[in-house]
Each structure stands twice: as structure tokens, then as C-alpha cells.
Ligand binder design. Structure first.
Ligand SMILES: Cc1cc2nc3c(=O)[nH]c(=O)nc-3n(C[C@H](O)[C@H](O)[C@H](O)COP(=O)(O)OP(=O)(O)OC[C@H]3O[C@@H](n4cnc5c(N)ncnc54)[C@H](O)[C@@H]3O)c2cc1C
Length: 687
């Protein structure tokens, strides 16, 4: 019988041998094409070959050590970025691959995008080169100790002193302290501060201001500025999230970001052409979080699939005397493989959103804001849904790994902890569902008022609500399980459910229920709408990119069939999880519901043979995965033992006279009875 280690390598090799398609042919799609992938591979090699970015002992380090390491990474990163002239996209990928929040992360992910989006032309000319060259290191300070989501309740104020032509930035209360601000605690010398703009006692609401916070000479805090790192948190260990208070800090009037709103020398305020324009920076970040969710889900799925393919447990095959690969248990497949399918689904919607955002950016330079609502709503809805899908799905997959999934060496914990924050920042997920729902509700009202109104394609299904009688008699047309593989049957079901939830929200609102009491309706509706978007984009994406025609080569056809099997799993699984919403108004019959359950089983069986091949599609390097359980060669047990060698508790420093440190002082006295005899034992204590 082969040794366990060899068996694991054998198992993973056998999995690859039975894969029906070439995983490498998918990889460029995941990385946005051959050219981008080639450039990103160079970045990966740069990082893997530079000791500054070494991650081999990362799991053993505490916060202070990780922060110090991250400082060295910051310097090296900027040197490389300058030398090679990275684009913003390449810079972003560099940080993804470094896989630790280097503490200037927010400088490029929030500060610079907000400057680009909200500074006037003149301001941009002056500030952006300074920021791009890291003379200005910035953060984005919106959230306060007392308020985060409720922007209108922010307490930090910027009062115009007309005489001196200056703003006075002040945090009047403890709860007005800017809180959670990444890159603020130690690194930034500038902050974009959201503060209530006050002129002659009139409050114009929150606006962004560029506030110098540390000296450009010696990095000391500037007068009136109080800043601390906020302390340990779940994930983002090496990031200096901090808090700040401002005591009548004076900045020039021109330091208000004036692309959309302006204040003149004599204190006259002019408002933006569209109130939502000011959130441009956030929309950009939400868009990137959709792609980040796809990457994180793919990463979790890769590790979980590979380990579950080499982990044998239980049920013994008499002929081979081998236990089953746990990936062959349907209960494991059901918790791991949907994550894979969601990763694929999210990638396709990520592309869709990127294209919409690029179009919006092109339009906005010509003053055309027509896409603003859609961009805002779809980036919000997808961010809200996809980050939750990832946060929940990765944890579910981790639990599938049994005890070893609890070890940091699994590679499932460190990155997931970082990822968890995405459900909270850039718009708290549950709250974002209200924005999506409000928008859909408004479209519904528009349609009812005027059935000839124009709607963008993803919301056209709302027209089905115009004829109420026809709508309530709609029923799912599937006559067999097979019918559920048809896109028209699936889209009809997803449209019907979302439309019904819009109608119910409208009725609840009409009957006088206060908006704050409609949270659950909003969460359901936003999810229903986004699930439909994901399915449609996934379907269109594979039809557009893969050749299913009779003229397709066998290789092309196999690739198409493989991706289609993952698509089917995404569809059946999504509908199964939400089954009650298709049943409750009779749209699905109980028999149709049972076909969905059966369909999920079949989809899992269809995806299972290619599972390891799918994990290879994403092209993750072993050093990025940093996982004993999910490495390419399957040597999970050997790697667990190898990594344990690095555990500081196993080091020479922890030994004294050949035994564990502290033996003489703490253990020996116990063993030799110096702690006195135990006086309990009869079930009662002396307490
Ligand atoms: C790791 C990390 C990094 C961050 N970095 C930054 C940064 O760089 N800059 C920055 O400005 N901020 C940053 N933040 C802050 C983040 O943006 C806020 O935490 C987020 O916007 C949520 O606000 P909050 O914490 O005030 O939550 P709250 O608004 O207090 O929400 C608490 C709960 O109440 C619910 N809730 C709140 N209002 C409503 C409502 N009207 N209806 C229904 N439910 C409601 C929410 O859904 C949530 O469940 C960061 C946060 C984290 C975790």
C-alpha cells in the first residue's frame, strides 16, 4: 500500500488526469485576458523573488511585527512601482498578491480615487502628482465613532471663516472622532475628511476637504490634530486603522474638493448638478470589491477542493482498502462546490460592472449623468450580495476541512479574516439593499404611471407588473427537471419573483408602513434582483466567450460544457436556497420544487469529476495560497508538518536545559506537589 503522502499526490494527479478540459485555457479570462495575465504573472514573480515580501512565517507574527514588516513592504512596493511604472490596475494587483494590507493601502484604494473623482481640474493638477509620487500619503476619513452609515448625521464640521478665507475643521464631541480610518493611524500626512460644510451658520451637509494632518518635514502631528492607531481588530492586522480629532484646524478655502460643489471667495455655495455625484469614489471601490469577491471565493474553493480531494476518511473500498476521498461525499460537495460556481458567476458580473463603470466614466466627462443611477445601484447591490456570498461561502467551505481547517496553515483563515470587512466598509451590506430597493420601487412607480417609460435592460421585467391580473396568474412553465436547464425558464422565474417582491414592497409602503420597518422586504428584494443579474451575466458571458456550436473543436466544446456545468450548479443552488420565495405565491408547484432539489444533486455530480481542474483554472500560485492543505501537489500532511517546524514554540529559544522554557519555575513545582493537595473531589468547593 502506498504511504499516505504518496497517496495524496496520487489522488490529486488522478483528479487532474480525469479532467475533461484544459484548465489553463480558462485562466486568461479570470485575469482579464492574455496580456493582463502576462503582466500580472511578472508582478507575482517580482514579489515571490523578493525577501521583503516573504510570507513563510507570516502566520506566527503578531500585529506589531506585521506592521513593521509591512513598512518595509511599502517602501519596496513604491520603489518597484516607480521603476516599472505600474498602472493603477497593476498596483492594485501587486497589493492583492502581497496579500497583507500594507498600511498605505487606502492611499491608492480610496484617497487617490476620491481626489481623482472629486477634485476640480485645478486641484487635481496640483495635488494628484504629489499623491501619485507619495509626497502626500493620504487616507479617506468619513466614518466617525458615533456615526458611519448615516452620512447626514456626521458631526465633524468645516466652518468657513470668510475673512481669513479658511475652513475651520472641528470635532466638537468625542463621538465626532473620525474612526476606523485605514492608513490614518501612523502613515498618512493628509486626509480627505468628510465634514459638514457651514457658511454663516447654514449647514450644507457633508463635503470632502483635504486636510494636512502630519508635517511634511518630519511626519509629526500638525497643531490641533490628535491621532491614534485604534488597536487590534479582526483581520487587516498590519493596517494602521486609526482615529482622529480636530481642534479648530485651519485649512485654505481651496482645500474643499470642488469638482461638484464649490464655495467662492465671498462664501457663495453652488451645489452639484446631481446630488449622488459626490459618491463617485465609493462607487469605484464597490465595483472593485465585486472582482475581489470573485478572487476570494475562487481562492477558498481552490484550497477546499484540493484538500477534500486528497483527504480520505470513512467508508472503505474493499478492493483498494482505501477510504473515500471526502470530496465524494455529497454533503461535502454541497458545501464546497457552490462556492466555486459563485466565484465564476461573480467574475462575469464583475466584468459587466467594469464595463458599465468605464462607460459611465466616459459619459461623465461629457457631462452626461444618465448612467449614474444604474452604476450606483448595481455596484451597491452586487457589492452587498457578492461580498456576503464570499464571506459566508468561504467559512462554510473551511468547516468542510474538518479539524485541519481550523489551523492557520490551512490558508483559509488569514485571508478570510481580511475579506470579512468587505461586508461592512464601502456601504454596510444590509443598508445597501435599501438603496437598490428604493431604486426598483421608483422604477415600478414610473412604470405604473407611464407604461411607455424607458427602462434599462436589467429592470425591464418590471413591466410585467403593469397587467396585474396577468401577473398573478403567471406560473412556471417547467414540465420536467430538464426544462429548468433552459435559460428562458430560469429568467422567467427570477423575474417573476423579483417583480412580486417589488409589488409587495410598494403595497407595504402604500399602506403606510414606515420605511425603517421595511428592512426585510428590502433585503429580500435586493437579493432577488442581484441573483437574477448574476445568472443573466453568467449565461451571457459563457455564450459570448465559449464556442458551443457544431463547428467548435472538441477542446472548445469540452471547455464550454465544463463552464456550463458550473453555471447550472450556480443556478440550481441559488434557486434551491430561495425556494420558498418561488413557492409562496404558487409560481412553483411542489413538484417543480422537488425537481430543483434533484437538479442540485445532478449538478454536483456533473461538476465533481472536474473539481480539481476547476481549482487549477484560477492559476493561483502556491506562495499566494500559502496553504498546507491546498497546494498544487496535494502534499497536505507533509506540508502541515513542515510548517509546524517554523512554530516559535518549537524553537530553541523556548528550550532551557533541554526541556520547555518555564519547566523549573512553573511545571516542576506542580509535578512535585508544591501547589498543595487537591481538596475538592466530593462535588462541592469551598467557594
Ligand atoms: C476594516 C475596516 C476598515 C474601514 N476603513 C474605513 C476608512 O478607511 N474610512 C472610513 O471612513 N471608514 C472606514 N471603515 C468604516 C466603515 O465604512 C463603517 O464601519 C461602515 O460604513 C458601517 O458604519 P458603522 O460602523 O457606523 O455601522 P452602523 O451604521 O452603526 O451599523 C450598525 C448596524 O446597524 C444597521 N443599520 C444602521 N443604520 C440602519 C438603518 N438606517 N436601517 C437599517 N439598519 C441600519 C447596519 O446594517 C448594521 O448592522 C472601515 C471599517 C472597517 C471594518
Amino acid at each position: 500500500m502506498p504511504s499516505t503522502e504518496n497517496q495524496q499526490q496520487l489522488d490529486i494527479a488522478t483528479e487532474r488526469a480525469k479532467c475533461t478540459f484544459n484548465p489553463a485555457s480558462f485562466t486568461p479570462l479570470f485575469y482579464g485576458g492574455e496580456d493582463r495575465m502576462r503582466r500580472l504573472r511578472k508582478i507575482e514573480a517580482m514579489i515571490d523573488n523578493d525577501p521583503v515580501f516573504d510570507r513563510s512565517d507570516r502566520y506566527f507574527l503578531g500585529r506589531t511585527e506585521r506592521f513593521k514588516r509591512a513598512l518595509a513592504m511599502v517602501k519596496r512596493y513604491v520603489e518597484l512601482r516607480n521603476e516599472y511604472g505600474f498602472t493603477p490596475d497593476e498596483s492594485a494587483y501587486f497589493k492583492v498578491y502581497v496579500d497583507d494590507y500594507i498600511p498605505v493601502h487606502l492611499h491608492e484604494s480610496m484617497f487617490l480615487p476620491v481626489l481623482r473623482a472629486q477634485a476640480s481640474e485645478e486641484q487635481a493638477k496640483k495635488w494628484i502628482p504629489l499623491a501619485e509620487n507619495y509626497h502626500y500619503i493620504g487616507c479617506y476619513a468619513q466614518t466617525e465613532l458615533g456615526h458611519g452609515s448615516a452620512l447626514s448625521r456626521l458631526e465633524t464640521i468645516a466652518t468657513l471663516d470668510i475673512e481669513r478665507d479658511e475652513w475651520v475643521i472641528n470635532s466638537p464631541t468625542q463621538s465626532s472622532a473620525k474612526y476606523w480610518i485605514g492608513t490614518l493611524g501612523k502613515m498618512a500626512n493628509h486626509a480627505v475628511v468628510q465634514a459638514k460644510l457651514i457658511i454663516n451658520g447654514k449647514d450644507y451637509g457633508a463635503h470632502p476637504f483635504l486636510v494636512p494632518i502630519r508635517s511634511l518635514k518630519d511626519h509629526t502631528l500638525l497643531p490641533g490634530v490628535f491621532i491614534k492607531d485604534m488597536g487590534p481588530k479582526q483581520g487587516a492586522i498590519s493596517m494602521d486603522n486609526g482615529y482622529a480629532r480636530f481642534d479648530h484646524v485651519r485649512i485654505p478655502r481651496e482645500n474643499m474638493l470642488m469638482r461638484f460643489s464649490q464655495v467662492s471667495r465671498d462664501g457663495v455655495y453652488s451645489k452639484p448638478i446631481h446630488p449622488k455625484l459626490a459618491y463617485g469614489g465609493m462607487t469605484a471601490v464597490r465595483t472593485t470589491l465585486i472582482n475581489h469577491s470573485a478572487l476570494s471565493m475562487a481562492r477558498g474553493a481552490t484550497i477546499a477542493i484540493r484538500y477534500c480531494a486528497v483527504r480520505r476518511q470513512g467508508n472503505v473500498n474493499v478492493a483498494t482498502n482505501l477510504e473515500s476521498q471526502v470530496l465524494d461525499y455529497p454533503g461535502v460537495q454541497y458545501r464546497v462546490l457552490p462556492l466555486l460556481s459563485h466565484a465564476f458567476a461573480t467574475i462575469f458580473s464583475g466584468y459587466w460592472m467594469n464595463e458599465m463603470y468605464a462607460q459611465y466614466n466616459a459619459d461623465i466627462t461629457k457631462g452626461d449623468t444618465s448612467l449614474l443611477k444604474d452604476v450606483h445601484v448595481y455596484s451597491s447591490g452586487l457589492k452587498s450580495y457578492c461580498t456576503k456570498l464570499g464571506a459566508d461561502g468561504i467559512e462554510e467551505a473551511r468547516r468542510c476541512l474538518g479539524g485541519h481547517g481550523f489551523s492557520l496553515f490551512s490558508g483559509m483563515i488569514d485571508f478570510h479574516r481580511q475579506f470579512l470587512a468587505t461586508v461592512t466598509y464601502e456601504g454596510e451590506n444590509a443598508l445597501l439593499t435599501q438603496q437598490v430597493s428604493r431604486y426598483l420601487l421608483k422604477l415600478y412607480k414610473d412604470v405604473i404611471r407611464n407604461p411607455n417609460v424607458k427602462l434599462s435592460p436589467p429592470s425591464k421585467y418590471i413591466f410585467s407588473l403593469v397587467d396585474r391580473n396577468a401577473f398573478v396568474s403567471e406560473r412556471c412553465q417547467a414540465r420536467s427537471l430538464q426544462d429548468f436547464y433552459k435559460i428562458e425558464v430560469i429568467l422567467a422565474a427570477l423575474h417573476h419573483r423579483a417583480a412580486r417582491l417589488i409589488y409587495e414592497l410598494a403595497q407595504a409602503e402604500k399602506s403606510g408602513t414606515d420605511w425603517p420597518q421595511l428592512n426585510l422586504e428590502c433585503m429580500r428584494l435586493s437579493k432577488a434582483h442581484v441573483q437574477y443579474i448574476l445568472v443573466e451575466n453568467f449565461y451571457n458571458g459563457i455564450r459570448k466567450r465559449y464556442n458551443s456550436s457544431p463547428s467548435a473543436s472538441p477542446e472548445e466544446r469540452n471547455l464550454f460544457l465544463a463552464v456550463e456545468s458550473v453555471y447550472n450548479l450556480h443556478v440550481f443552488y441559488t434557486i434551491e436556497v430561495e425556494l420558498s420565495e418561488f413557492l409562496e405565491d404558487g409560481y412553483f408547484s411542489p413538484e417543480q420544487a422537488s425537481w430543483i432539489h434533484e437538479g442540485v444533486k445532478r449538478c454536483l455530480q456533473a461538476v465533481r469529476p472536474n473539481a480539481v481542474g476547476f481549482s487549477d483554472c484560477f492559476g493561483f500560485t502556491d506562495s499566494f495560497l500559502n496553504s498546507a492543505l491546498g497546494s498544487y501537489d496535494g502534499r497536505a500532511y507533509e506540508r502541515l508538518a513542515e510548517l509546524a517546524e517554523g512554530e516559535p514554540l518549537n524553537s530553541k529559544e523556548m528550550m532551557e536545559n533541554g526541556v520547555i522554557w518555564g519547566y523549573e519555575q512553573y511545571l516542576k513545582p506542580l509535578i512535585y506537589g508544591e501547589a498543595g493537595p487537591y481538596k475538592g473531589g466530593n462535588g462541592t468547593s469551598k467557594l
